[in-house]
Design a protein around this ligand. Structure first.
Ligand SMILES: O=C(O)C(=O)C[C@]1(C(=O)O)C=C[C@@H](O)C=C1
Length: 313
């Protein structure tokens, strides 16, 4: 893909999602367009109004960002280009002069709220949570008065919103918390494997009969493909029907991964390929000899020889 000229991200300016954009090389001249939510960021890409979007997909404490998983499953024509990991920590901020005892309602992004529950229970028990669309929105809503008296926000909020004071810093329950982000563009031919890649998929099961889930997992296990994430999400048409969002180790251009995808495609009514891209941690896949590209090629040569009537070696 050529360098993106327009990129969308969860705004306003100053969110962790914008910070993740700093990790993507070549965006120096790109126009960065803040939008209200993840679905909007991705829809702009699918409709060609933006070339790529940055979205939060998983937090090390709160788990999968389900809105992002659902949007990736529902919006056709997208491809994950890369993943990025950003450290996340939080501050309690309020208009200057606010005292802890003045606070009854705290505005916060739900993922931020979940990451600070320990501190909140200890220091501000029983306070109400006012959900906000982002960490920056939560703080911005305080200015000029609103339903909340304080907000959970990013440590850099002072650069973006005036008139706020930090009442408590580094209040996340885990100082090592990180959020994983995906940089998503439009569908195109996958790039070349790096040897440290991930492939993301969404798979539906043909029915809820016994053994279907095992059938799906066997497609990976019998080709030596490791799964680093598997999460069920409701399909939404009726109770009890799920799709599976999965991250597999390896690249669609690796024989073992391609073969697993063919196996999935033969039995699943819907397999969505979301992309093969370099892993943020650079960890290379350990591949046993029987699952290497060479062993797949040897096996194919052997079969070709048999069909051609060549004597077996
Ligand atoms: O509110 C922000 O700053 C965001 O970028 C969103 C988001 C998320 O969606 O998970 C990103 C990182 C944190 O885990 C909390 C919120």
């Amino acid at each position: 893909m050529s360098q993106p000229r327009v990129v969308t991200f969860l705004g306003p300016r100053g969110t962790f999602t914008e910070a993740a954009l700093e990790q993507v090389p070549g965006l120096e001249d790109a126009e960065r367009v803040p939008v209200a939510n993840v679905a909007e960021a991705l829809t702009a890409v699918a409709e060609g109004r933006s070339d790529a979007a940055m979205i939060a997909i998983e937090n090390s404490i709160e788990g999968g960002v389900t809105a992002a998983q659902d949007a990736l499953a529902a919006i056709p024509g997208l491809r994950i280009l890369s993943e990025h990991v950003v450290s996340v920590n939080f501050s309690l901020v309020a208009p200057a002069g606010t005292r802890l005892e003045d606070i009854t309602v705290i505005a916060a992004h739900p993922v931020a709220w979940a990451q600070c529950t320990g501190w909140l229970q200890r220091e501000l028990p029983g306070r109400a949570h006012l959900p906000a669309a982002s960490n920056v929105t939560a703080a911005a809503e305080l200015v000029g008065g609103g339903a909340a008296q304080a907000a959970l926000s990013t440590p850099t909020i002072g650069h973006w919103v005036d008139g706020l004071e930090v009442l408590a810093d580094r209040i996340g329950d885990n100082a090592d918390a990180v959020t994983r982000f995906l940089f998503v563009g439009r569908a195109g031919a996958p790039g070349e494997p790096t040897g440290a890649d991930k492939t993301s998929l969404v798979v539906e099961l043909p029915s809820d009969e016994a053994g279907m889930l095992l059938d799906m997992l066997e497609q990976f296990a019998t080709r030596g493909v490791n799964l680093s994430l598997i999460q069920s999400r409701p399909i939404g048409d009726r109770l009890g029907r799920y799709r599976f969002v999965m991250d597999a180790s390896g690249h669609i251009r690796d024989e073992r991964v391609a073969d697993a995808l063919l196996g999935l495609k033969r039995f699943s009514p819907k397999v969505t390929f979301l992309g093969s891209y370099p892993r943020a941690d650079g960890q290379r896949s350990e591949v046993e000899r029987r699952y290497t590209d060479a062993s797949f090629e040897d096996a194919r040569d052997w079969l070709r020889g048999l069909l051609a009537g060549e004597p077996e070696q």
